[in-house]
Design a protein around this ligand. Structure first.
Ligand code: TXA
Ligand code: MG
Length: 328
């Protein structure tokens, strides 16, 4: 775990225009001083991210909102008070001083206060906003450990702070507050029910934005492991795996850790990844498990289909996108 000395070093790096990867409760971020255009540019180039895709600016607390946004609606403060620090990103109209490259030239900005001691300590000592996308190459799985970031970027970043494995494990919920009504642009660690409860109004998902370049997290082919992945209903897993083994393929299965197993008779040579049975814990370990599966160099990964219910929505969203990446 990074200590105070590391944080002091990281702050100095940021002040000099460096790029620092840091832990949050969702996934690791690849951070730069949000007001330093050249530093932000480096984040885009290290990540291989197209310029029109905006970054989230991380701040230390809600009192900094007005430094980055304008015309802030009361709902923003309601959500900030209820969920920050936490896995929620608010899309608001941007303040005039925000550099164009942070927001991909848009008139809006994504803001979030992460709930992680290392991130908060970094943000407080730095004082400014840290623009940070997830610390992975564009389109790939977000990192949930320091080791993942190192494997992804090695020495091309100036520093990687360590905060242990991320507790939430999937990216923040993104809520736009710039329209008539609050809209969820990306499901994440905070549920629609929780948002609606806090606001006292209904909150919808923005289904129309599925392929909007404004929110690459919404691209159908995002969050992808290298291994081709398919979602299979529980009842069909056995037959599908058996058929693949017959053709000599190296197959992995992501299945719920049930006792007794629903697949007791599988031959050896099948890579089985046992997943937690609750959605929160499943999400926590999902990306690390997908990376493990990639490392095992499988021909195929079959993922047991999860229930089509609201509590599984974020997990299903990420699994669907991972599967779609290989559907063409
Ligand atoms: O949990 C998270 O949100 C992590 C941690 C590091 O905070 N960050 C993250 O960043 O997932 P990134 O860049 O991988 O995804 C941010 C998403 C993108 O889909 C981006 O397009 C969207 O937020 N976004 C950022 N600013 C936006 C804006 N002004 N309007 C619409 N979408 C925006
Ligand atoms: Mg990302």
């Amino acid at each position: 775990m990074s200590d105070d000395d590391d944080i002091i070093l990281a702050v100095a790096m940021l002040q000099r225009g460096g790029v620092v990867a840091f832990p949050t409760e969702t996934v690791y971020g690849l951070g730069a001083d949000a007001l330093n255009t050249a530093a932000v540019e480096r984040v885009f180039s290290i990540k291989g991210r197209p310029a029109q895709h905006p970054l989230i600016v991380h701040i230390a607390d809600a009192s900094q909102l007005s430094e980055w946004a304008r015309d802030i609606p009361a709902m923003a403060y309601t959500l900030a008070t209820r969920f920050w620090p936490g896995p929620l990103t608010l899309i608001l109209k941007r303040a005039a001083r925000v550099p164009d490259n942070v927001t991909g030239g848009q008139d809006t900005i994504g803001l979030r206060v992460p709930n992680h001691l290392v991130a908060l300590s970094l943000l407080k000592k730095f004082g400014g906003g840290i623009a940070a996308p997830s610390a992975n190459r564009f389109g790939r799985i977000s990192p949930t450990t320091q080791g993942h970031v190192r494997a992804e970027f090695g020495n091309s970043v100036d520093m990687i702070l360590d905060g242990g494995p991320c507790q939430v494990g999937v990216e923040s919920t993104i809520v736009s507050l710039v329209g008539e009504r609050p809209v969820i642009l990306r499901p994440g660690g905070i549920s629609r029910v929780a948002l609606a409860g806090a606001l006292g109004v209904s909150v919808e998902f923005n289904s129309a934005a599925d392929n909007s370049p404004r929110a690459p997290g919404m691209l159908e082919r995002h969050y992808a492991p290298r291994t081709p992945l398919r979602i299979v209903p529980t009842g069909r897993l056995f037959n599908e795996v058996s058929a693949m083994i017959t053709f000599g393929q190296r197959v992995g299965i992501l299945e719920l850790a049930r006792e007794p197993s629903k697949l007791p008779f599988l031959e050896r040579g099948v890579f089985r990844y046992s997943m937690p049975v609750t959605p929160v814990e499943y999400a926590q370990s999902l990306y690390a498990t997908l990376r493990q599966a990639d490392d095992a160099q499988l021909d195929y990964l079959l993922v047991e289909q999860m229930p089509d219910s609201e509590e599984w929505l974020t997990v299903n969203d990420r699994l669907r996108r991972a599967a779609n990446a290989h559907s063409e």
